[in-house]
Design a protein around this ligand. Structure first.
Ligand code: NAG
Length: 293
């Protein structure tokens, strides 16, 4: 065998191995999730590549991950309910169990056709939330899939939309604020009716003539530590960035900080850290410590 054909077969072998690994590691909803609510309103389609949730007058629907994670980077692509989605809420979040649970939330509040969705975020630590920040998006989230990610390490939690950081929750254990670090979380999502509060504070009701309402999910990726029988193993399970563990000490670089400021300046609708009316005795302690809460 000549050296060049040897080189070629080595390359071919490499490509075959890589593509089979990629196939193994590509997201598959059958393998990663259980449909937990709403009977046939939750569906896995296209051989596990697509998941849909729907909501009608009788029920919403939901799913949850089979695995529990303790730190990592979790990505999912969502395409939200199109048209008149007023009154609907699509929640996508990480949560542990029990009364002192930790939780990291994305919630998408629907709206009338042509009016903007609100992306609502929150962080619960040891059962305590009340840390809402809300944003408009800089695109129409119902036209295409967009990537919503959570980076969660010991120093901070970063919420990202299409890789743009929109929110950072820093570890403030030094001043006595609990940080999610020892309760493993599952990934959850659900689509439900919340027309008593979601759209313009409950003023706009769900138009049931438009039901069923449908949201779409694809390309789940957990580059994360999986929790199983009391231990955590941090494999990277990623189709595109094979051994990417940058989430473990991810900080915002100059570009990231600039993007974060841009989002917070032009797209932020609500920030609990600015709500003096709500906290007449003084803002929560973590608010004073960081410009980016
Ligand atoms: C819906 O649109 C109105 C403007 O028409 C806006 O004030 C509101 O923030 C939007 N979003 C929600 C969830 O109410």
């Amino acid at each position: 065998m000549s050296t060049s054909s040897y080189g070629f077969s080595a390359l071919l072998f490499f490509v075959l191995v890589m593509s089979s690994l990629m196939a193994t590691f590509a997201s598959n909803f059958y393998q990663d999730f259980d449909l937990t609510w709403g009977e046939n309103r939750a569906k896995i389609l296209s051989e596990g590549q697509l998941l849909t949730l729907s909501l009608d007058k009788i029920s919403g629907s939901g799913f949850q991950s089979k695995k529990e994670y303790l730190f990592g980077r979790i990505d999912m692509q969502l395409k939200l309910v199109a048209g008149n989605s007023a009154g609907t809420v699509t929640a996508y979040y990480l949560s542990s169990q029990g009364p002192t649970h930790d939780e990291i939330d994305f919630e998408f509040l629907g709206n009338l056709t042509g009016s903007p969705y609100i992306l609502h975020t929150n962080v619960f630590t040891q059962g305590k939330g009340g840390r809402e920040q809300q944003f408009y998006l800089w695109f129409d989230p119902t036209r295409n899939f967009h990537t919503y990610s959570i980076v969660w390490n010991l120093q901070k939690i970063i919420f990202l939309v299409d890789n743009t950081p929109i929110r950072v929750f820093n570890n403030h254990e030094a001043i006595g604020i609990p940080f999610p670090k020892n309760q493993p979380m599952k990934v959850y999502s659900s689509l439900w009716n919340a027309d008593d509060w979601a759209t313009r504070g409950g003023l706009v009701k769900t138009d049931w003539t438009k039901a069923p309402f449908t949201a779409y999910y694809r390309n789940f990726n957990a580059n994360a530590c999986v929790w199983s029988s009391g231990t955590s193993s941090c494999s990277s399970r990623s189709a595109n960035s094979f051994s990417d563990a940058t989430w473990q000490n991810q900080e915002l670089d100059v570009m990231g900080r600039r993007r974060l400021r841009w989002v917070q300046k032009y797209f932020m609708v609500y920030n609990y850290c600015n709500d003096l009316k709500r906290f007449p005795q003084g803002l929560p302690a973590e608010c004073k410590r960081s410009r980016f809460l």
